[in-house]
Structure formats: C-alpha cells, structure tokens
Design a protein around this ligand. Sequence first.
Ligand code: FNR
Length: 317
Amino acid sequence: MLKMMGRLCFAHKTALAPMVRVGTLPMRLLALDYGADIVYCEVRMDIYTHTCHISVHLNTVDFVAPDERVMFRTCSKEKGRVVFQMGTADPERALVVAKLVENDVAAVDVNMGCPKEYSTKGGMGSALLSDPEKIEAILSTLVNGISKPVTCKIRILSTLEDTVNLVKRIEKTGVAAIAVHGRMKEERPRHPVHCDYIQAVAESVSIPVIANGGSSDIVKTFEDIEKFRAAAGASSVMLARAAMWNPSIFRQQGALSVEEVMEDYIRYVSDTTAAYFIRSGMNYGNNYEVFGMTDFYNKTKAELEARKAALQTNGDQ
Ligand code: FNR
C-alpha cells in the first residue's frame, strides 16, 4: 500500500504523447503550463541510455551518454508528471535504464508501436507486438524491478480479437495503464483512427486505457479532446500531432496564437539550457533581439549569474 502512495495515476488525464525531436523538456513544460496532466518524453533507445551518467546542473538533471550527448533532460517542475519512454527488446537492459531514471521520473513507458526500421530491426517498437512472450518478460521485469508505475504504448493488431487478447496478457504483468494508438502498424497517420478497437480494449481491461491517434481526424480544439475520449470509450487521451502543431490545445480557455506559444517556448529553452549558455560565456543576446526579448535575456542572464555566484560561495564555505 505504501508503495502506491504518491504514484502517478493515469485515469481521467490528458497527456502529451511521446514524440521524437518534439517532446523535449521545453515542449513538455509548455504542455504542462497549458493544461496537460502528463507528459511523455521522446522515445530513448535502451542501447544509448543504459550507459548514461547523471549530471545535475543549475536547473536541470541530464542523462548524458559516454559520447556527451544529452539523452534525456528533466527538471523538478515536471518531476511528478513526466513519463520516460524507452525503446527496448531486452528485459535486463530495460531494467538498467529504468533504475537509472526512476528517481527523476513519474513513470516508465515501453514503446510497442514505432513502425520505423530503426526500432523494428532490433526487435523493438511495433516488432514487439508479434512477440507477446517478450512483452511479458520486459513488462514484468520492470514492474517487479522499479518502484514507479510502468506503462506501455501499443498499436492495434489486425483483428479486434487479437488486440483484446494481447492487452489482457499485458494487463496481467501489472502495468499501471496502457496507451493505445488506434492504428495498425501498417497504417499511416492519413488512415482514420479505429475508435472501435480502443473501445473494445477499454472494455476488456480494468486498468486505465489512454486513447491515442485522434489528432486531425477528431481533435482540433480543446473541446474535441473529450469527444475523442468518449468516442473511444477510454479513461484518458494522449495527443501527439495536435499538440505538436500548437501545444496550447491543452488550454481549457482556448488555444493561443502560434506567436504567443513561440515566445513561451523560447523562455523555456532559455531556462532549461541556462547552465550551458552561462558556462560557455557566449553572447546569445542577438538571438533574443530578433524576437524582441532582449530584456528577458538580460534579466535571465543576471539571475543565473547570481545563482551561480551563490552556489560557488556556498561551495567555498
Ligand atoms: C510520434 N510518435 C511516437 N510514438 C512513440 O511512442 N514514441 C515516439 O517517440 C514517437 N515519436 C513521434 C514523433 C512525431 C513527430 C510524431 C508526429 C509522432 C507517434 C505518436 O506518439 C502518436 O502515437 C501518433 O502521432 C498518433 O497520435 P496523434 O498524432 O493522432 O495524436
């Protein structure tokens, strides 16, 4: 029971979907500000992340690969709401990655839907959908091995019966929720989303089902999020493209203009890369001048210099 306290709950939520190159920290913070309850990071492959070291900066925690690439960056503001998504086909390596990140994330998700060759050739992503024993091994290992909730994101299979049978097996591993992208692995975004499949899944399991795949077909405004949830009979909704086009779709009061969103985005880019831009000593002021944000640049720079000086003073004592 104690283990359950304070755990992220996936029922009745709206989530920012995992998106490669899009779901970075500034985007996730924006989505949370606008009203998303949960944010997923872009998928990170276990082979690149299991050897990461953790590097704590002025205002971020970075998971850095041996070649110095930052594989995952997070901060305290998203701590209880960020889900780390991994690509894996190996239970033991998945566990190494999950243990590495578990103190800094709210949950760990396994990608079982990516149809791209870079995932499937290693048995990851949608390749897992035809290997239920592997799915069970990965999810059970994670559920038993970490203290945070474990989830997975699947695509639907070619028949309703196969899809329902798979999710029932997945539920038995102890996962906290399952996100269902209502398209088959051969289908592209232009194909209509199969709400009937998501509904059948939601009726066949007792854990929260997160409906996904509704952008452009159904979800164009904040109000459409509820329409999609109802059409799919799901507990929660996850948005990818609609949020990529304008993350203020999560805003109950209505979407903001892209210009307003860009300004908010740039502020978060500054905040979350502050350590680098102070350390490098380079002058980034010109970039901000272009957006009419010189005052913001000067203020942020002064604040960060002051924090750095305070940290150094404390360190010297
Ligand atoms: C994706 N998608 C995706 N899915 C996933 O599980 N992990 C990932 O890293 C990514 N990356 C990604 C990048 C970009 C640019 C897009 C557009 C999509 C798929 C995504 O999460 C979602 O399942 C689909 O886009 C369908 O949802 P929407 O777009 O209809 O809301």
